[in-house]
Design a protein around this ligand. Structure first.
Ligand code: APR
Length: 320
């Protein structure tokens, strides 16, 4: 049986890391696509030459022509520009919306059966635009944000409690921005919810609040340190987890920016919610019950996403 084909649209910092991880994990053969000539070819060759050392046989190829993504099983989109210090994700909207139009058309023509994972920011608006421009079924187009935001939350919690990251589960929902909603009540250490750990004296409410805020600012903290771009290792690892769930029909329960129409009282909006990812793409949206405080935070986040979608429609009337 032929190996799955994974097309990476954008061969920058995240794209290169995605290619490396996909090859090492032998998820399939990799096409690295970019408008920059030489970059995808150079990265593909460099990673391919690590194959004998790492022991993988995945094939890698760089491309500047969309015809090379033909028949891809998975497309992961990072094309666009990242943040610089002082910028919010929303500042990228105008530039990256145009990029989503060309990427969406490329996928529509050459890889209409792919499962598409968008990483380009501002995430919730860009994944919506990509679905509109590509015309692919909504359950086959998702955004990567919740896995990354939850991973950041889990990392900070494991440091706070001095326990293995493997035993920390966490949920971050809502839009991928300042208003994201880390759900303390649904986050646990080996099943023990965080509010119980506060009661048990493992941490204080003040520390918990500070960790929630650090999670919300997790991307900006890294932009401030790197100065020339934004995070790429953890975003790439997070998208690979989602691609693997699809390719191996794992039925993982992962928070993703998915098209929600009915659940959570929403009508036709892309936003971060718990999903089941399997061979059908988003096979189910897990409509968990939020309490009043959580609902208020979620509503605020949803309003921020609606504002970005409205801004996209203002820029490109074909989306209205
Ligand atoms: N088509 C294809 N590739 C494009 C296009 C386009 N129209 N426009 C830009 N690119 C390519 C660039 O040439 C570059 O190689 O996208 C790549 C982006 O790579 P980086 O600048 O290194 O950005 P990266 O850190 O990978 O982040 C990409 O993900 O997390 C988000 O906010 C981040 O929107 C940004 C995206």
């Amino acid at each position: 049986m032929a190996r799955p084909k994974i097309a990476l649209i954008g061969a920058g910092q995240i794209g290169g890391t995605l290619a490396h991880l996909a090859a090492i994990k032998e998820l399939g053969d990799v096409i690295l696509f970019d408008i920059a000539e030489g970059t995808p070819q150079g990265k593909a060759l460099d990673i391919a030459q690590s194959g004998p050392v790492e022991g993988f046989d995945a094939k890698l190829k760089g491309a500047n022509d969309y015809s090379d993504i033909a028949g891809a099983d998975v497309c992961i989109v990072t094309a666009g520009v990242p943040r610089k210090p002082g910028m919010s994700r929303d500042d990228l909207l105008g530039i990256n919306l145009k990029v989503m139009k060309s990427v969406g058309e490329g996928i529509k023509t050459h890889a209409p059966n792919a499962f598409v994972i968008c990483i380009t920011n501002p995430l919730d608006a860009m994944v919506w635009a990509l679905q509109q421009f590509s015309g692919l079924p909504a359950e086959k187009v998702v955004g990567m944000a919740g896995v990354l935001d939850s991973a950041r939350f889990r990392h900070f919690l494991s440091l706070e409690f001095n326990v293995s990251m493997k035993d920390v589960t966490a949920f971050v929902l809502g839009g991928h921005g300042d208003t994201m909603v880390p759900l303390v009540r649904y986050s646990t250490v080996a099943g023990i919810p965080l509010p119980d750990l506060v009661k048990m004296g493992w941490t204080t409410q003040e520390n918990m609040d500070a960790i929630v805020q650090r999670t919300r600012d997790g991307g900006a903290e890294i932009v401030g340190l790197l100065k020339t771009g934004s995070a790429f290792y953890a975003p790439a690892a997070s998208a690979i987890e989602m691609a693997e769930a699809y390719l191996k029909d794992q039925k993982r329960l992962l928070p993703c920016a998915a098209y929600v129409d009915g659940a959570f009282g929403l009508k036709g909006l892309y936003v971060g919610v718990p999903t089941i990812l399997g061979a059908g793409g988003v096979e189910r949206i897990v409509d968990i019950k939020l309490n009043d405080d959580e609902q208020a935070m979620f509503d605020k986040s949803v309003d921020a996403v609606k504002g970005l979608v409205a801004a996209c429609k203002g820029i490109d009337p074909s989306l209205a």
